[in-house]
Design a protein around this ligand. Structure first.
Ligand code: COI
Length: 360
């Protein structure tokens, strides 16, 4: 993939905070790197990006995003590949998704070139923060929100686009326990479920808290109309192996079009498995457990990567899955994805945006 030259001014931090990071224990989201990238959308256009030390920003309590929720984000990852170069995974696909989210929320879209140039510059600036231990990465968090102060219900004219970065390890420390949700709803078709907007996450807190009190890690959302079909798990899409086939809910306007989901579906044929993207009913999953035809279930997401599911609770009954062995699809596809990002296997889809590091 062509690498743009990033020429964005950088105001460097006086003293790096990197020595405060425990790289052996990278709890997801705990540490934020030294710098952040910032761009304003003002007077009808995106202004020049700049990189400044990470820190607080001035804001008005009347800022529109606080009141009416115009706030969307992305989750992405950067790695150090086997040659010591930096690799950002699928920035074009993330750019497309961000722009779909922005359009749905009546926010100004970000040209792909500005988005990728910004990612390039911030990752290059804080490249020392990219962890290299197994399963770790630099998590990238682009976020766009309405900055204009106004109490009237209106579409903002002033937005801010930031990119924060965070050295991160695994999102889940063990296989998850999910509860099929039949009371609460994450998103209805025609709503904002496909957009990565802040409100989707805030709205999921209460049902997730209830599920946690009942001993589950996450909620497995079902469709808003009938609670009959599986949607996704909020921080990850879900996939099942039933009768030897990889089965996942088809995308609707209520589901996030996961980049890891898409990558897995594209890699699956190379791993010799048939893919079915279609409606998946709760009843089908329940029957597959009863008949013993379901052999795997896992979540996929940028943060979650490929996360094994240990238990799915359906109508109050726990159905358990065996631990994923080395021959399981989920272990093989996770390894393949990892190998492609780190340069141990050919990047056949051109997913890696590589930034050469001096001398490499
Ligand atoms: C991601 O996978 O990047 C997400 O956005 C999920 C969560 C950490 C918010």
């Amino acid at each position: 993939m062509t690498t743009l030259t990033a020429s964005i001014p950088v105001e460097r931090i006086a003293k790096s905070r990197i020595s405060e990071v425990d790289f052996n224990n990278l709890e997801f989201g705990k540490y934020i790197s030294d710098h952040m990238l910032v761009v304003d959308f003002l007077n009808g256009k995106w202004q020049e990006p700049k990189i400044v030390p990470f820190g607080d920003i001035p804001m008005s309590p009347a800022m529109l995003s606080l009141h009416y929720g115009q706030s969307v984000f992305e989750g992405m990852k950067a790695f150090k590949n086997k040659d010591g170069n930096i690799c950002i995974f699928r920035p074009q696909k993330h750019s497309e998704r961000l722009n779909k989210s922005l359009a749905r929320m009546c926010m100004s879209e970000i040209p792909e070139e500005l988005f990728i140039q910004s990612l390039h510059a911030i990752v290059e600036t804080d490249q020392n923060w990219i962890p290299t231990s197994e399963g770790s990465s630099l998590y990238l968090r682009p976020v766009v929100f309405a900055y204009e102060p106004r109490l009237g219900v209106k579409i903002a004219d002033h937005f801010k686009f930031f990119i924060l970065t965070s050295p991160a390890g695994a999102y889940f420390s063990k296989p998850t326990r999910l509860k099929v949700e039949e009371t609460f709803v994450r998103a209805a078709e025609g709503g904002t479920g496909f957009a990565k907007c802040a409100g989707n996450y805030g709205g999921a807190f209460y049902p997730t808290q209830v599920a946690r009190q009942e001993g589950f890690d996450q909620v497995l959302w079902t469709d808003a109309k009938e609670h009959k079909y599986i949607d996704e798990a909020g921080v990850m899409n879900v996939m099942f192996v039933i009768d030897g086939k990889l089965i996942t809910p088809r995308l609707t306007t209520a589901l996030l079009d996961g980049v890891t989901r898409d990558s897995i579906l594209k890699l699956a044929p190379q791993l010799g498995i048939t893919v079915e993207e279609r409606k998946v009913s709760v009843e089908e999953i329940e029957n597959a457990f009863k008949k013993g035809t379901i052999t795997e279930a896992f979540g996929s997401g940028t943060a979650a990567v490929v996360s094994p599911i240990a238990t799915i609770n359906i109508h109050g009954i726990d159905y358990n899955l065996p631990a994923a062995g080395p021959d399981s699809f989920q272990v093989r596809v996770k390894e393949k994805l990892n190998n492609m990002r780190l340069g141990f296997e050919a990047d056949t889809f051109g997913w890696n945006y590589v930034i050469p590091v001096n001398g490499q």
